[in-house]
Write a protein that binds this ligand. Structure first.
Ligand code: HEM
Length: 497
């Protein structure tokens, strides 16, 4: 039997199939088209680039001197965006001024922007926490004692150059933590690190034209850097050698207390890892790490204490409240201990606000290790990425009256220093964040508490709070342009020995 179809039905079916097929073809075509015409993500926006120099002319304040990199980048970001591309000579640079994007770069996409891993530093500094706290106490007491002695009991007080005193204090702590009793050349080491830091801070033309090898030579930078490096290396070589010799005669702990200092810890790890067949720690890694701690730990701690004292002098009401709390909590004690610090809630808020307003290390430098798309823009491999932590800490989207010093803003906010809240990242965040965060904060808190407890502070020569110069000086760590000099009058609330 032959099947008979209604011709009308057949025609409708054909038409339906034809239309569906056409639809399918159009869809496939669109897919092919979007695949081949997929817009390649562009570089982030930025100011117009000139041939050869790129955007160096936009940084003229830094080139001629006097400008501050975090301010210049912050101002440009207001105009060109929170993710901004700058061509600095030969160096392709992306500046990040957004809290959300900073977190993406520093933590979420960590390996793409890590530059290098930094787990060793975290391990070592963590291991030596016990030694370091003891040292902090001793050095703070020494600092207070030296001010008391120079005052000679004068009721009018004594003028103290806190910039000098605090740098000496913080470098002594690091020197003793790292070298134990072996550091004979402490003062020379401190002086040399200071010179080296001044050389690498600020804008250098040679840094943005690395292919012009003659530039650092004609500017004399290469010679000065090599000289500084050589002199520091000499001291480090000597200290490591003496530690090894002491280990050979059975003395494993070279700290003044008899425990291990940082070099002892590193030498022990060197032995352990060489037998574990893990990546070996070489002597040059030990020297590099100690130098990293010197450069990372000395100035940052010293400038934080200076900025805190400067803000307290400019805000007598805040000083009064912080000092009253310290003197109440530590009543009749000669030495303030770590446990007392936990009760100094207001002082902790003062420190948090100081670090927000005067971010000690305002620009966090990274380098991309692969092409990576961020917020719809392409950050190519080998781009210098700079996170402007200073600009983020005063973004009006997150901070009310961001330019004002208001410790109370932290009263009901549970901010930590680990970068959990991306608008507050003074120590960076993610696996490469500052390994000295706990130690650095302990140092700032303990010393500030001691300085407020043991002394009343006054501005010199009838100066008014608003007269105090708050200008910054450019560098990897941003300190005060002028030295902080205050008059200290000893305050005595504890029984004599
Ligand atoms: C108030 C004090 C301090 C502040 C604000 C501070 C801030 C920072 C910041 C922002 C970074 C870059 C982090 C990143 O790339 O994500 C850093 C790195 C570093 N800091 Fe600190 N720091 C302080 C104290 C210290 C102390 C006391 C030490 C040593 C005991 C230290 C040792 C280091 C080292 C070794 C690095 C380099 C880590 C690396 O390259 O991976 N810092 N610090």
């Amino acid at each position: 039997m032959e099947l008979e179809f209604d011709p009308l039905l057949l025609r409708s079916l054909n038409l339906f199939l034809l239309v569906s097929f056409a639809f399918l073809l159009v869809k496939i075509w669109k897919k092919i088209e979007t695949y081949f015409h997929k817009p390649t993500p562009k570089l982030p926006p930025g100011p117009t680039k000139l041939p050869l120099i790129g955007n160096i002319h936009n940084l003229h304040n830094l080139v001629v001197g006097g400008g501050l990199a975090h301010h210049v980048f912050g101002d440009l970001a207001k105009k060109y965006g929170l993710l901004m591309h700058l061509q600095l000579g030969e160096i392709s640079t992306v500046v990040v001024s957004s809290a959300k994007l900073a977190k993406e770069i520093l933590a979420t996409h960590h390996p793409s922007f890590a530059g290098r891993p930094a787990n060793l530093a975290t391990r070592i500094i963590g291991m030596s926490k016990k030694i370091s706290l003891l040292l902090l106490m001793e050095e703070i007491s020494k600092l207070a004692e030296s001010i008391i002695q120079s005052s000679g009991g004068s009721p009018g007080g004594v003028l103290v150059n806190l910039t000098h005193k605090l740098f000496e204090y913080s470098s002594s702590v690091i020197c003793r933590a790292a070298f134990g009793r072996i550091c004979k050349d402490k003062d020379t080491m401190i002086k040399r690190v200071k010179i080296a830091l001044a050389l690498v801070g600020g804008f250098n033309l040679a840094d943005v034209f690395p292919s012009l090898k003659f530039l650092p030579i004609i500017t004399g930078l290469k010679h000065k850097l090599l000289e500084a490096h050589h002199k520091i290396d000499e001291i480090l070589d000597d200290v490591v050698k003496q530690h090894i010799e002491n280990h050979e005669i059975g003395r494993k702990g070279n700290a003044e207390s008899g425990d291990e200092d940082l070099i002892d810890v590193l030498l022990r790890l060197q032995q352990e890892t060489s037998t574990d067949l893990q990546i070996p720690i070489r002597t040059r890694n030990i020297k590099a790490l100690i130098l990293d701690m010197f450069t990372g730990g000395t100035e940052s701690t010293a400038v934080t204490i200076q900025w805190a004292l400067s803000e307290l002098m400019r805000h007598p009401g805040v000083m009064k409240k912080a000092q009253a709390q310290v003197r109440q909590v530590c009543k009749r004690k000669k030495i303030i201990e770590d446990d007392d610090i936990q009760n100094l809630k207001y002082l902790k808020m003062v420190i948090q606000e100081t670090i927000r307003l005067h971010t000690p290390a305002p620009l966090i430098p990274r380098a991309s290790r692969e092409n990576r798309e961020i917020n719809g823009y392409m950050i190519p491999n080998k781009t210098q990425v700079i996170v402007n932590a200073w600009a983020i800490a005063r973004d009006p989207e997150y901070w009310d009256e961001p330019e004002k010093f208001k410790p109370e803003r932290f009263e009901n906010k549970s901010f930590d220093y680990m970068g959990t809240q991306s608008e507050y990242i003074p120590f960076g965040t993610g696996r490469r964040m500052c390994p000295g965060v706990t130690f650095g904060l302990a140092s700032v808190e303990l010393s500030l508490a001691h300085l407020l407890y043991h002394f009343d502070w006054r501005l010199p020569d009838g100066m008014m709070p608003n007269d105090l110069d708050m200008d910054e000086v450019d560098g990897l760590v941003v300190g005060r342009k002028t030295d902080l000099q205050l008059i200290a009058t000893p305050y005595h609330d504890f029984p004599d020995d």
